[in-house]
Design a protein around this ligand. Structure first.
Ligand code: ASP
Length: 338
């Protein structure tokens, strides 16, 4: 292609906000499975993919340098506020966030609910560290920038781009501990694909997100404590009791099957609901809806049903819902619309 002054001027500006993770990890050798997350700086990450400078004006910023297993509310709020600022001031046409894969789905959903812009926000990571043979980070990053500059990506909320696929923030989850094809959207499937920079979308997320979501974090500096409690056969109520005693504001019950907790756990959860704590009945299964008033009578017990969010995403949504209301019916409505 002939590069003219006009095409050069027309290049979109994409900010790469780096947070750490395996994409910024480095190990002891090409074939070693041992490595440390988040040690490679944003400048080095970008230098590994010079091709992105041909399609966009790239600016890099280091938000944090952590493995995403260390992700926390403070980094989430910093990342969300910076993304809002960049997109709404007109400084950026799109934002790409490099992130560890462990909690990428939680950060993606958090941002999807609180960023007030319809410009593309693309999260990307890697399953193989930068020193590994066939590292997947550089091509994933190249693809993520291509999604961020795509006109078709406008209005799709936060997306996760990995392994040539584009997933919507609400739907995507990590499904394999080591495979490069780890990210899947079990309830809906991917929304698009990106093959060596060639972006194609097949569908759009329909739940409320970004400019249409109910949440605004402009004035928020802290998020309420919400715990996840995982169910199993021959369970006991200890973790529920400890969470209640330690001041939790909400519990996501990752129940068996269609959200069924063990009897003693159910009893403890009901006591929690009676004392005003919001209990969201969810499932440990990983796909499908936890249906209201199925084997558990949510109306009678005072519970909220999670719709088809997995437990870690239900936790994100409940934290944000609790910044607005403590009313169970309103929170149930939030779960059915976001
Ligand atoms: N533990 C790493 C992280 O989430 C794994 C990865 O990035 O793939 O930061």
């Amino acid at each position: 292609m002939l590069i003219t002054a006009t095409t050069a001027l027309a290049k979109p500006t994409i900010y790469i906000l780096a947070t750490g993770g395996t994409i910024a990890g480095s190990g002891s050798g090409e074939l070693s499975s041992s490595y440390t997350s988040g040690v490679v700086t944003v400048d080095k990450l970008l230098a590994a993919v010079p091709q992105i400078n041909e399609i966009a004006t790239i600016k890099g910023e280091q938000i944090s340098q952590i493995g995403s297993q260390e992700m926390n509310n403070e980094v989430w709020l910093k990342l969300a506020k910076r993304t809002n600022e960049l997109l709404n001031s007109g400084k950026a046409d799109g934002v790409v966030i490099t992130h560890g894969t462990d909690t990428m789905e939680e950060t993606a959903y958090f941002l999807d609910l609180v960023v007030k812009s319809d410009k593309p926000i693309v999260m990307v990571g890697a399953m193989r560290n930068s020193a590994s043979m066939s590292a997947d980070g550089p091509l994933n990053l190249f693809n993520a920038v291509n999604v961020a500059i795509s006109k078709d990506a406008v209005g799709k909320g936060v997306m996760v781009t990995m392994n040539d696929e584009i997933h919507a923030a609400r739907e995507v989850t990590k499904t394999h501990t080591t495979g490069v094809d780890t990210f899947k959207s079990p309830n809906t499937g991917k929304i698009g694909s990106v093959f060596y920079g060639n972006v194609k979308f097949y569908m759009s997320p329909t739940r409320k997100h970004t400019i249409n979501s109910d949440f605004d974090i402009t004035k928020i500096t802290e998020l309420p404590r919400v715990d996840i409690i995982y169910s199993h056969a021959n369970d006991n109520a200890d973790f529920v009791e400890i969470a209640l005693k330690n001041g939790t504001k909400g519990i996501i019950s990752a129940g068996m099957g269609n959200g069924n907790p063990y009897p003693s756990v159910l009893n403890a959860l009901q006591n929690g609901a009676k004392s005003g704590i919001i209990i969201v009945r969810d499932s440990r299964v990983g796909a499908g809806e936890t249906t209201r008033n199925g084997e558990v009578n949510d109306d009678e017990m005072g519970f909220v049903a999670s719709d088809n969010l997995n437990a870690q995403k239900a936790r994100v949504l409940l934290m944000l819902a609790l910044t607005k209301t403590n009313d169970r019916a309103k929170i149930q409505e939030i779960f059915y619309t976001h």
